[in-house]
Design a binder for this molecule. Sequence first.
Ligand SMILES: CC(C)(COP(=O)(O)OP(=O)(O)OC[C@H]1O[C@@H](n2cnc3c(N)ncnc32)[C@H](O)[C@@H]1OP(=O)(O)O)[C@@H](O)C(=O)NCCC(=O)NCCS
Length: 163
Amino acid sequence: MNEIKLINAGIKDVQFGENVKVVNPVNLYGCKIGDNCFVGPFVEIQSNVVIGNNCKIQSHSFICELVEIGDNCFISHGAMFINDKFQKGGPARGDKNFWYKTKIGSNVSIGTNATILPVQICSNVIVGAGSVVTKDINVSGVYAGNPAKKIKEFPNMGVTNES
Ligand SMILES: CC(C)(COP(=O)(O)OP(=O)(O)OC[C@H]1O[C@@H](n2cnc3c(N)ncnc32)[C@H](O)[C@@H]1OP(=O)(O)O)[C@@H](O)C(=O)NCCC(=O)NCCS
């Protein structure tokens, strides 16, 4: 039987704020996670990701390098972020000249199984379940579909993601 190079998932070099709850197993490395955050099981958060305060990162989501998330955000189960658009005719294979940033504002909720390409999303936005965000979102609102389009105004009912 051939030998394999086995790398264990775990928590390495993470800067945690106060009162953070993490449910194992996770793979978190080289990132920064703010105060009062929750990280569910089977989540991967890569190097240099910055997550603000009072965020919930639900199970099975993947947050890749070059993603920044503000405060009071909710990243639902299985939400996926992308930094490599396959511009080289396939994966950039670690060539960071072909990786792009994503910046998410505050009070943003990303629905279950949504995919976020490298974009900017302003504050006070909801992204529907299963949506694919392909372009910057510069106006607060509810966005859904593939590609995600604005379907409604943001329901400003004073609800935050802190609970
Ligand atoms: C996007 C969302 C917030 C909209 O909710 P809503 O305001 O109640 O919207 P409605 O149900 O009135 O739908 C409005 C229209 O958008 C469509 N729509 C709603 N959600 C959609 C989605 N995720 N993707 C594509 N279209 C969607 C509806 O089919 C409807 O279309 P129609 O006008 O042609 O009939 C909600 O559907 C959603 O996806 N929420 C995510 C919830 C989630 O992931 N929770 C995780 C909990 S752990």
